[in-house]
Design a protein around this ligand. Structure first.
Ligand SMILES: NC(=O)c1ccc[n+]([C@@H]2O[C@H](COP(=O)([O-])OP(=O)(O)OC[C@H]3O[C@@H](n4cnc5c(N)ncnc54)[C@H](O)[C@@H]3O)[C@@H](O)[C@H]2O)c1
Length: 321
């Protein structure tokens, strides 16, 4: 068979596949909505217990990381509070110990450094036991010069928000695979699906983490590791970080959707994690909105987004340049 004929047949096969999928789509959407409704109504699957398990929470010294650490401790989980800022992590541990009857310890580690994470795992295993819950929360959003960002800031956002998740996966996943159980939660952002102009490194890093976790979930399914759950969280702007709260106020984000507290996100994240949810958007409605937007041609997606937010970002650039 000639190459031209073979290529034509392959293209024809792809076209037939596409037509078949388009014809099936309404049925698949209906089935997905029904299964979601049933799951919501009967609150199934039942949440798993993490009592007595050990969690590593990165960026646990402040904001959302601290709130998630407290929420996990409430479920009876022992906590390794990890942060580049040791005093923040120690403060989190103090709050846990004042309220919950679990073991908690603060560790100083930089998530961008694979060697430090390997050492961290050794210490946590010796102090608390094998890690079966990993919360990839540490993240940075820098806006020092948004029109002409410093290359070091771009590099740092990619390293902390994206590359570090490869290192934590390499260090903490193999023992989970050996135990055939675990939870990996990755804090991405709605910026991963609704790109933020003038925050391209942040947007890219958050879209990257979502793609990374989607691929990892498929790998675990292929390896029949059905008791290792991967949850990606895509929140809107939060009230956890003063600088980001100030930026959100500047661009009027509150007029589109109110900022969410770290405690509210932490509660939703831990509940979702224990039920094995794959992706959690906050607010929930955003998951429908971004899927609808993705059905539009790319130029219309951009027009719609700019219509809603364009003037706010213009204001932001004026104030930051
Ligand atoms: N704040 C928001 O509006 C918002 C919105 C969506 C997603 N998020 C994401 O949620 C996560 C937490 O955000 P937050 O608002 O609580 O941030 P935060 O700045 O309050 O806390 C982040 C913590 O991470 C630590 N950290 C930073 N770099 C580190 C490194 N290299 N190694 C170890 N620890 C490091 C910091 O010391 C800090 O304690 C981040 O991934 C962020 O991108 C935040």
């Amino acid at each position: 068979m000639s190459e031209v004929l073979r290529n034509t047949l392959v293209k024809l096969q792809a076209l037939i596949g596409l037509i078949g999928l388009a014809a099936l789509t309404p049925l698949l959407i209906l089935a997905a909505i029904l299964s979601r409704l049933i799951a919501k109504l009967c609150r199934c699957p039942k949440p798993k217990s993490i009592e007595g398990e050990v969690a590593v929470v990165t960026g646990a010294g402040h904001g959302l990381g601290r709130a998630i650490s407290l929420e996990l401790a409430k479920k009876g989980c022992h906590i390794a509070a990890v942060d580049i800022n040791l005093s923040g992590a120690e403060n989190t541990v103090k709050q846990i110990q004042e309220t919950y009857n679990v073991r908690a310890k603060a560790y100083k580690a930089n998530v961008t450094n694979h060697g430090e994470l390997t050492e961290l795992n050794n210490k946590v295993v010796a102090d608390l036991g094998p890690v079966t819950v990993l919360i990839n929360n540490a993240g940075v959003m820098l806006h020092r010069n948004i029109l002409n960002p410093d290359p070091a800031d771009v590099q740092l956002m990619i390293d902390v928000n994206l590359t570090s998740h490869f290192w934590t996966k390499m260090v903490f996943l193999p023992p989970m695979k050996a135990l055939r159980k675990g939870f990996i939660v990755t804090i991405s952002s709605l910026a991963g699906v609704f790109p933020l102009p003038y925050s391209t490194a942040y947007t890219t890093s958050k879209a990257g983490t979502m793609a990374h976790m989607r691929a990892l979930r498929m790998e675990l399914a292929l390896e029949k590791q059905k008791n290792i759950h991967v949850t990606t969280v895509l929140p809107t702007f939060l009230r956890t970080n003063d600088e980001i709260t100030q930026m959100s106020n500047t661009i009027g984000i509150e007029e589109i959707y109110p900022l969410i507290s770290g405690e509210e996100v932490a509660h939703r994240v831990v509940e979702g994690m224990l039920r094995g949810e794959h992706e959690i958007t906050l607010p929930d409605l955003a998951s429908v909105l971004y899927r609808l937007l993705f059905l539009l041609p790319i130029d219309w997606q951009m027009r719609m987004t700019l219509l809603l937010t364009g003037s706010r970002f213009k204001e932001f650039t004026k104030m930051r340049s």
